[in-house]
Ligand binder design. Structure first.
Ligand code: FAD
Ligand code: SIN
Length: 524
């Protein structure tokens, strides 16, 4: 970290995806000093960047209450209707004002005068705005470009938040234990120098995204290991619904592919799921057929894979496309072509993969967590919108809406400074170790975490599998904590320490909930 960087800011935002970026834009409108971190060397690296399908906006012949109805239905009636109403009633205005007018996102048009609304599973209307099949990339790049122009915003890549700085945990005086808990900022590490420093802020925003990458097979990039959930847990914030891990039905099945997503909008444009011998099967499982909610499609694929003794099913776009495939899905076309699959002529082999965390750090309608001083927005949070199963293309919108609302609320209630002297807080302390971390240990621990979750806390769960997962992960937690205390400080060990905690949160939540709902399916 540059030495001239303040160790104090008005708003510290951990994460630069759509949720963190929306909060930064809003908070900086009032001139607050905002520091935005990304642990990756590339500022744009995030789940947001890889979003394909699009973002919900109300379409033609549409209304907020229809959208709310679809959210509640997809969520298996476990969503908070008040949160769904906030999303449905404010989302449209923010998409218009921020994405279309301010950031000038070039959403695909069906004609020069009309936006193109795509269809995805669980939606009763065509209502998804998209930039062909690379919606997230465009949104992310435009947000970062807008933030880079703001004088009071500092964007800092390659810096990892290691832990939240909280009272009483990091106070020097034991008397602090009689004071109300509060977040005062975070300890952050420069990944290159491995130097850790405290950043003090009256408001800290967790915008660290999801945790799909704690599973063996996932659509998420490597960094999505749930640092935010682990930091929030250690800090004492309330976390809920971690058993509701959503699996996307269709990721590319190919030896060399790393969970590349085949967007649900592909089925929205007519594609059908088929067994290896060409039999369409979704009508057997749901009256909505190929456009049934994601959890139902995922389980149907799983059943068919078992029944046909196959490691994948086919997604046939070539025979059913209602659109010009290469024009509508240029990224999917190009990527599959790179793997030797021509999606205009042949079906695409697909398998389900971990995709989205519906649970997270519990927040209210302004993103406030149960820990004063700590706000959470985006996938790391649980607003109540998604319940047990998220409706497609609602998470970019949730990041935009809650990020913007959180930024606005922070501005309205802003009080500068923290209610402690810096001298009352412990500087970062970590015993100095000379020995480099052993990468073989880190990699093997990750393999264990990922395959344990995939096999025992995956699409179909049983009590026995979950008990086994919990026991194995608890043992590993103990080993990894020891490893963390003895190893040299490094982003890899920080990530592993968080990953094991997230895996345990999922396994424990899944074990303690015997009721199958949405993405959590128990077959005991
Ligand atoms: P992210 O965009 O993931 O950003 C989190 C940021 O936090 C990252 O920059 C990360 O590097 C940083 N970070 C994490 N930990 C730390 C740390 N310790 N220190 C510093 N920085 C840290 N949703 C839709 O609505 N529509 C879609 O079409 C869609 N398609 C998707 C396709 C794919 C392949 C994937 C993986 C997801 C898709 N989703 C989609 C889901 C959606 O992209 C995410 O839920 C959403 O982008 C999350 O935004 P976020 O801002 O909360 O987190
Ligand atoms: C997709 O394009 O299928 C992903 C959409 C989402 O996860 O919301």
């Amino acid at each position: 970290m540059s030495d001239r960087l303040d160790l104090e800011t008005d708003v510290l935002i951990i994460g630069s995806g759509i949720a963190g970026a929306s909060a930064a834009l809003e908070a900086s409108r009032a001139g607050l000093r905002v520091l935005v971190l990304n642990k990756s060397p590339q500022l744009e690296e995030s789940n947001t960047y890889y979003a394909q399908g699009g973002i919900v906006a109300l379409g033609v012949d549409d209304a907020p209450d229809l959208f709310v109805g679809d959210i509640l239905e997809s969520g298996d009636h476990t969503s908070d209707p008040r949160a769904a109403e906030v999303l449905a009633s404010e989302g449209q205005e923010m998409v218009d004002r921020i994405l279309i007018r301010e950031l000038a996102i070039p959403f695909t048009r069906s004609s020069p005068a009309a936006l193109d609304y795509a269809q995805e599973a669980g939606h009763s209307r065509r209502r998804i705005l998209h930039v062909k099949d690379t919606t997230g990339r465009t949104i992310e790049e435009r947000f970062l470009a807008a933030l880079a122009k703001r004088k009071t915003v500092t964007l800092l890549a390659d810096h990892t938040a290691v832990d939240l700085l909280t009272i009483p945990h990091h106070a020097k005086s034991p008397v602090a234990y009689y004071r109300a808990p509060r977040c005062l900022g975070a300890y952050i590490m420069d990944n290159t120098t491995r130097k850790v420093r405290a950043v003090f802020a009256p408001v800290t925003i967790l915008a660290t995204g999801g945790c799909g990458a704690v599973y063996l097979y996932t659509t998420n990039p490597d960094g999505a290991i749930g640092d935010g959930y682990a930091m929030a847990l250690r800090a004492g914030a309330r976390i809920v619904n971690m058993e509701y891990v959503q699996f996307h039905p269709t990721s590319l099945y190919h030896r060399d592919s790393d969970g590349f997503l085949i967007s649900e909008t592909v089925r929205g444009e007519g594609a059908r799921l088929e067994t290896r011998d060409g039999r369409a099967f979704m009508d057997k499982y749901s009256p909505q057929g190929d456009l049934a909610p994601r959890d139902e499609v995922t389980r149907a694929i799983y059943e068919e894979m078992i029944a046909t003794n196959s490691s994948f099913v086919f997604l046939n776009l070539a025979s059913y496309a209602k659109t010009d495939i290469r024009k509508r899905f240029p990224n999917i076309y190009r990527t599959c072509r790179g793997y030797g699959i021509d999606i205009t002529r042949e079906p695409i082999p697909v398998v389900p993969a971990a995709h989205y965390s519906c649970g997270g750090v519990l927040v209210d309608e302004w993103g406030q967590t149960t820990l004063p001083g700590l706000t959470a927005v985006g996938e790391v949070s649980c607003t109540g919108v998604h319940g047990a199963n998220r409706l497609a293309s609602t998470s970019l919108l949730e990041g935009l809406v809650w990020g913007t609302r959180a930024g606005r609320r922070i501005v309205e209630r802003f009080e500068p400074g923290i209610p402690y002297k810096r001298s009352e807080i412990h500087p970062w302390y970590y015993p100095r170790r000379e020995e480099e971390i052993d990468l073989a240990l880190i990699q093997q621990d990750w393999r264990t975490i990922r395959s344990t979750l995939w096999n025992y806390a995956g699409i179909i769960r049983t009590r026995k599998r979950l008990e086994r997962a919990q026991a194995d992960l608890e043992y590993l937690l103990h080993r990894i904590e020891k490893f963390y205390r003895e190893a040299q400080m490094d982003a890899k060990i920080v990530g592993l320490r968080n990953g094991i905690l997230v895996a345990l949160m999922i396994a424990r939540a899944a074990l303690s909930n015997p009721v199958s709902r949405g993405a959590h399916f128990r077959k005991d």
